[in-house]
Design a protein around this ligand. Structure first.
Ligand SMILES: *Cc1c(COP(=O)(O)O)cnc(C)c1O
Length: 372
């Protein structure tokens, strides 16, 4: 990789123009949706497209485009959890010890408890804010999710990778909340980057998707082998939707991060608000580290209101907030994460800033806050 390739802006340029540089006269700029179980395969089975479960031209298009942002080979999956499973299956060996954030994505913890634990994988869970000081010796896999979801705590990826590698462990970062544009986890030393592209990367709330990226060829080959053998394969139409959404990721993130910043500042000065979490605020405990390792502090804001009733009213009454789980879409959305059992106050609302015009969003949110 050249220096120019590692510059985030030139990566976006490569992501946008990668397909254009490959195609020949008469081919469509948009990748075709190839509905294929069978491909023509006479004679020796030595073609890259022997059968639908092995590869698809639409997977290659979206993997090349995400790969331009990751600066590494990518394997795509039909959901974030399919990508998480592939990463764990590629890394885990019998009896492996796994360090996991206790405040990360809930389903990852349940997957490990319900299925990996019975194969002798031993898990230790600690909050993200303790990762930086935790002794990593004796661990095989360090799983990170930073900023953590929904609490928005941040840990030092680069320092943890250095300590993990010295202890003989591999590091996998779930980079869903940041995307490779806001946080280049592979450049910070992670062995693997995994993400739910259902969120900001595809970004339009209309498709489930996921990916794994790794610079180590043997590791990414193992992930690809997992997909081929387990059959955890994306549909061709879904791959197209993820590709199409990705093309505007950088543009959407600009507005989403600006809106998150404006929302955080509104919350910080409003009497209906008990507490606000946003790594972009200088008062936030995550601020210094986020500034060190992220290009921008993201689009997720945590706000604690007076009580559960006020929080529910805020979400349902505000005409600029879509009441839903998940995040990273065009429309600002919010939910009380305590309803899923996350370790946050009952009145804590996780807001995902969308792409609305900033002044209109802030005005609508402020009007609702004033009634609480
Ligand atoms: C949503 C999410 C996942 C799971 O992704 P799906 O696409 O819903 O399967 C994994 N990790 C994080 C951090 C997420 O937010």
């Amino acid at each position: 990789m050249t220096d120019q390739d590692s510059n985030p802006q030139s990566r976006v340029l490569d992501m946008l123009h990668g397909r254009a540089r490959k195609i020949t006269k008469g081919e469509s700029l948009a990748p075709p949706i190839v509905n294929a179980a069978k491909y023509a395969l006479p004679g020796a089975p030595d073609h890259p497209f022997p059968y639908g479960r092995f590869d698809n031209p639409g997977w290659q298009a979206v993997e090349d485009a995400i790969g331009a942002l990751e600066g590494a080979p990518v394997v795509s999956f039909p959901s974030g959890m399919a990508a998480v499973t592939a990463a764990l299956m590629a890394l885990a060996k019998p009896g492996a010890r796994l360090l996991l954030p206790s405040d990360g994505y809930y389903t990852v913890r349940v997957l490990i408890d319900d299925f990996l634990a019975q194969h002798g994988i031993e898990t230790v869970r600690i909050p993200t804010r303790e990762m930086d000081s935790y002794d990593l010796s004796g661990f095989d896999i360090i799983w990170l999710e930073t900023p953590s979801n929904p609490g928005l705590d941040v840990c030092d990826i680069e320092a943890i990778c250095t300590r993990a590698h010295a202890a003989g462990a591999k590091v996998c970062v779930d980079n869903t909340t940041a995307t490779p544009l806001l946080q280049d986890v592979l450049a910070l030393g992670a062995d693997m980057s995994v993400a739910s592209d259902t969120k900001a990367l595809a970004g339009h709330s209309d498709v489930l998707f996921g990916h794994v990226a790794a610079k180590d060829e043997a590791l990414i080959d193992r992930v690809r082998q997992w997909r081929k053998l387990s059959g955890s394969t994306p549909g061709p139409a879904e791959a197209y939707l993820a590709y199409r959404g990705l093309m505007t990721l950088e543009l959407r993130l600009e507005r989403m991060c600006a809106n998150a910043d404006a929302l955080a500042r509104l919350f910080e000065g409003h009497s209906a608000v008990d507490a606000v979490r946003y790594p972009g605020l200088t008062s936030d405990p995550s601020h210094a580290l986020a500034q060190k390792q992220m290009t921008r502090p993201g689009f997720v804001v945590g706000v604690t209101l007076a009580d559960e009733t006020a929080a529910e009213r805020f979400i349902t009454d505000c005409p600029a907030i879509f009441a839903a789980t998940s995040f990273g879409g065009i429309q600002t959305s919010g939910e009380r994460r305590a309803r899923w059992g996350d370790a946050v106050p009952a009145s804590y609302v996780r807001l995902s800033a969308g792409c609305e015009p900033t002044a209109a969003l802030i005005s609508a949110v402020q009007t609702t806050l004033d009634t609480l």
